[in-house]
Structure formats: C-alpha cells, structure tokens
Design a binder for this molecule. Structure first.
Ligand SMILES: [Zn+2]
Length: 417
C-alpha cells in the first residue's frame, strides 16, 4: 500500500490513483493544472457552450441542474442563473435523510435564485427495502441516494427534452486525477455504474428475498440510449471550466445568499453535506470500517492541494476525525428496523482484507501495512508550502423553520417555501 508524498490518499482509494516516480498521486498532479490553465479562456469556452443551449423560443428551460440542500448547489445555480443568465430547471432527488438545515437551504435556493424545481420522492417502503438489500450486498446505505441523484436529472432531461445537464465537480478529475481538466470529461452511464454505483445498476438489485420488484427499482432506471440520443442529452462539469475551490465558493454563497452551515460529525468541513443526517456520519463511518478512511481525508487533501494547510496539519485532522463513532446511528437503525448487532455484522462482511484483520482476541485491527500507510510520516522538503491561511470554517445562525430538527424530514417546506 502506497501513500502520496504530497496529499493523504493511499493506493486503496476506491476511485483508483496512480503514483509517479516522486510518489505524487495522479490527483495531485492534475490539481497542479489549477495553477497553470488559462481560466478566463476556459470560462469563455463555457459561455460558448451554454449559449448553444439557450432556448430561443422561450417555451422550455435552457438546462437541468441537479441540486440538494448542500454541496455546491448554490454555486452551480448562481453560476448558470446569475453569471451566465440561463433559465435552469432544478431537480432534486429526495434522500429521505433530510436535516432541517438542508430543507431550509433548498427552500432558500429556489426562492433566492427564482427557479422552478422538481423533486423525486420514491416511496419509503421501497427505499428501505433497497437499503436493506444494498447494505447486505455491498455494505452501502447510500446506494439509493447516489443512484437517484445521478439518474433523476437524466430522466427529467429526456422527458422534458432539455438537452443540457450542468453538474459541479467531476470527482474523477478533482479528487483522483483520472482525467485532466482539458479532457473536458462529460457525464457517462459507464462512469456512473462503475464508480458512483460500485458496479451495481438498478436492474441488479431486483430481489425476491428483499421484496424488490422490477417496478420498485424503475425510478432508478437509466433512460434508454436511443431516447438520450434523440434529445441529444449531454452532461457537463463546471470544474473543467472554472477553477474549482469548493470552500471559497461556499463562503461566497454564505455571504451572498445566506447558505446555512452545520457542524459535521466526522469532518472539519461545515459546508459540504449539511443536508443529510448520514453522509458525514453513519455512511462515512461505514466507509471507514470498510476501507480505513472517510470524508475528512478528502477534505484535508483538498485543503493541502489548495495550499491552505500542510500535509502534517491535514494528517492530524484525519487522525482526529477518522475514528470517531457516528452520532446518528440509532436514528438510522430505527428507520431501517435493524439492531446494532445486525448492522455491525453486515458491515464486517465488507471490510477490506487489505486494511482490516482480526487480532488474537477476535477484535478488528488495521493490518500493519494499512496502519503504516495511514500513519502519514512527515516528509520534509516534499510537502507543498502553505500560501494562504483561511480563518476557521464559518458557523451561520440556524434559520427558523417549522420542520423538526431532531429527525429525518421526508417532505419539508423550509422557511421560504
Ligand atoms: Zn496526492
């Protein structure tokens, strides 16, 4: 197992990294392009692409934007609506694990940006059946969320004949450097299946044992290729055209539109996944139990590459957060109707043998190789120098809403709705 000499990713990263002769990972190398590319030229290119999709007849939207009550949604809509002046249709997949903060953020987004929004809420019985199945099958409580949020925008684009979908950052570019920004990689069904869905399409989870019929998973079916081609649907990623800096972008959105932050359980970033009880909590803890790392590593790597923290500072944050237990596990167990023992048993089936092993007293411990890769020994002389120091992550004052703030909210109105 290898650890990058610049950031904190190891060769265990599920999106697959490569390392060069200096031990620097592909993610860090592609990230260097952020300081080399002509970003004003690239933004102009984005403008040309968008112009080609402006609906001149005025009888349809110009593009589809997938959004949630968090995670770059404000910045994407701000860019398309305010900077480039297009009329987008917002679409959102209901994750069922909604926080009051996320519901308010979504309400505030559609109001302040003056946009129409469509929501897909799959019925709760089906969502639980699917979650039981994907927990057992691949140790994932989040499959339905990822499947839903990556397919619903495509379905809407096809159905309403809106040929352009605008996404934020492509993780294959921004995290692991699978592609260069100059590749201008676009949305594909293949990447979604292999990386977002861990190889498991909706068709694969039809299962009599869990009571999942083909009809149940129909909301997660990818539209037929012929339909996609007939409408000419393509999905572009803004980070290929704009120098992506999620933290600064969120701070701009807090200042300009009142985006709300929320303290997270297992990471220092208070901006990213504030709409969900589980993403940086139970879901992230499962990821740690499977692969030995969590969201805090992604956030620390991002800050190291943007030269806002040293590798050692990032490593200290990873050590602090990565092993923390989730706060919201009971909420999830009650929702799904399983015991803590059952949860633990299921997750243990999916631990990576490269990272975890049983010790003599049958407790789980990291393999020596993983422990050594994750010890992040300081590498003097090889680290990037810090150029700017941000203040602490901002904490906004929670807005007022009638939605409960201590449980999942299936359908909430937020504050401005
Ligand atoms: Zn790296």
């Amino acid at each position: 197992m290898q650890t990058c000499t610049r950031c904190l990713y190891t060769s265990q990263h599920p999106l697959h990294l490569t390392f060069d002769s200096q031990g620097v990972c592909s993610g860090c190398r592609v990230h260097e392009e952020k300081d080399q590319l002509d970003w004003s030229g690239r933004a102009a290119k984005l403008g040309q692409i968008l112009e080609g999709y402006r609906n001149r007849s005025g009888n349809n939207y110009d593009c589809v934007i997938p959004v949630s009550g968090a995670r770059d949604s404000y910045f994407i809509v701000h860019t398309i609506r305010k900077r480039f002046g297009l009329n987008p249709l917002l679409v959102t997949y209901n994750k069922h694990f909604n926080t009051a903060t996320g519901v308010r953020n979504l309400a505030n987004l559609r109001t302040r940006m003056d946009c129409d929004i469509m929501t897909l809420t799959v019925n709760p019985v089906t969502v639980k059946n699917i979650t039981r199945h994907t927990m057992r099958r691949m140790g994932s409580m989040y499959w339905h969320c990822i499947a839903g949020q990556t397919v619903y925008p495509v379905q809407v684009a096809v159905k309403f004949k809106i040929p352009l979908i605008v996404w934020g950052a492509h993780q294959g570019v921004d995290q692991v450097g699978m592609y260069s920004h100059l590749d201008e990689v676009e949305m594909t069904r293949k990447y979604r299946k292999e990386h977002d869905l861990m190889g498991c399409e909706a068709e694969d989870i039809v299962d009599d044992f869990d009571g999942i019929s083909e009809q149940d998973v129909a909301p997660f079916f990818y539209p037929d290729n012929r339909e996609i081609e007939r409408v000419g649907v393509r999905g572009i990623y803004l980070n290929n055209y704009l120098r992506w800096d999620s933290r600064s972008q969120h701070e701009q959105m807090i200042r300009e539109y009142g985006y709300e932050t929320l303290q997270q359980t297992r990471t220092f970033d208070t901006y990213h996944d504030v709409d969900c009880w589980n993403y940086s909590d139970v879901h992230d803890y499962i990821k740690y139990l499977k692969l030995g790392y969590g969201k805090v590593t992604d956030h620390a790597c991002r800050e190291i590459r943007l030269r806002r923290m040293t590798r050692s500072e990032g490593a200290a944050l990873v050590q602090k957060f990565a092993t923390l237990e989730p706060r919201n596990l009971n909420l999830f167990l009650d929702w799904l109707g399983i015991t803590r023992n059952a949860f633990q048993y299921i997750v243990d089936q999916h631990r990576s043998p490269a990272v975890w092993r049983r010790n003599e007293s049958w407790d789980w411990e990291m393999t020596p190789e993983a422990a050594s890769a994750l010890s992040f020994v300081p590498l003097p002389g090889q680290e990037l120098q810090v150029e700017t120091r941000h203040s602490d992550y901002w904490q906004t004052t929670p807005g007022k809403s009638t939605d409960a703030d201590n449980r999942y909210i299936l359908i909430g109105k937020g504050v401005n709705a």
